[in-house]
Design a protein around this ligand. Structure first.
Ligand code: SAH
Length: 237
């Protein structure tokens, strides 16, 4: 397995996303829900922190959808992922976008140790439901961010509605996502993720629902957090 120094990784998960790498930037491909959600989550972040000139980490960046949006808004972005294939695609796409992002095949723990307290903002979208030890991931994020800086995360709630939408709907009925992409038992409720954040010394400021209609492909912020949600936290100064 690549990067055995980072124990908090499932080889099966990395392989699963590796299969999606080539089509990552196809808005009609298997990463389509990420394409549709991306402007909303980038907007959520931009409304809550200054991106221009800021040093931002994108942890579990995949093919770089959010990293590029943040770089376009003027941030100096470091994008890390343990998938070599997705990082390869992310790097290639910079030739198309003419943006600059520091992409690395690196685990969150390595980055947290090497560059502790150096990021103005740390983003971690749709990763925590794929790692074996979510508490350790949150501790890494807390360690990366500067005192006074912000942490943004998005994931899927563990509710019957999320099971219906994210697994039965997306993987079995519409087949928008490959089967096996998500595992219900690994989903975290906002209260559970909030507890992990607090244990890591972060303050949870806000949780918002991410509404998504896969037919119209519209996405929006909502008070309804039962399926997808996004949160903002702060490392106290
Ligand atoms: N954050 C991106 C991609 C989400 S898909 C976005 O929302 O657009 C999940 C990503 O997490 C994949 O690229 C996968 O390779 C990566 N991943 C899975 N387990 C990981 C781990 N333990 N450490 C780092 N990245 C991981």
């Amino acid at each position: 397995m690549e990067h055995a120094t980072n124990a908090n990784v499932s080889a099966a998960e990395i392989a699963r996303f590796g299969k999606l790498a080539a089509g990552w930037w196809d808005p009609n491909g298997e990463s389509r829900p990420l394409h549709d959600l991306n402007p909303v989550r980038a907007g959520f972040i931009a409304d809550r922190t200054t991106l221009r000139g800021a040093r931002v980490a994108d942890v579990g960046c995949g093919g770089g959808l959010l990293s590029e949006a943040l770089a376009r808004a003027g941030a100096q972005v470091t994008g890390i992922d343990l998938g070599e294939k997705v990082i390869g695609i992310a790097k290639l796409h910079l030739y198309e976008s003419n943006l600059s992002v520091d992409y690395r095949v690196q685990g969150s723990h390595e980055l947290a140790l090497a560059e502790a307290g150096t990021f103005d903002a740390v983003c971690c979208m749709e990763l925590i439901e794929h790692v074996p030890d979510p508490a350790a991931l949150v501790q890494d994020l807390a360690r990366m961010v500067k005192p006074g800086g912000r942490v943004f995360m998005s994931t899927i709630n563990r509710t019957p509605l999320a099971f219906g939408a994210a697994i039965v709907g997306a993987e079995y009925i519409t087949r928008m996502l490959p089967r096996g992409t998500h595992h219900y038992a690994q989903f975290l409720k906002p209260s559970e993720l909030g507890a992990l954040l607090r244990r890591a010394g972060l303050e949870l400021d806000e949780v918002k629902g991410l509404g998504y209609n896969p037919l119209s492909r519209k996405a929006w912020l909502t008070g309804m957090t039962q399926v997808n949600y996004i949160l903002a936290a702060t490392r106290p100064a």
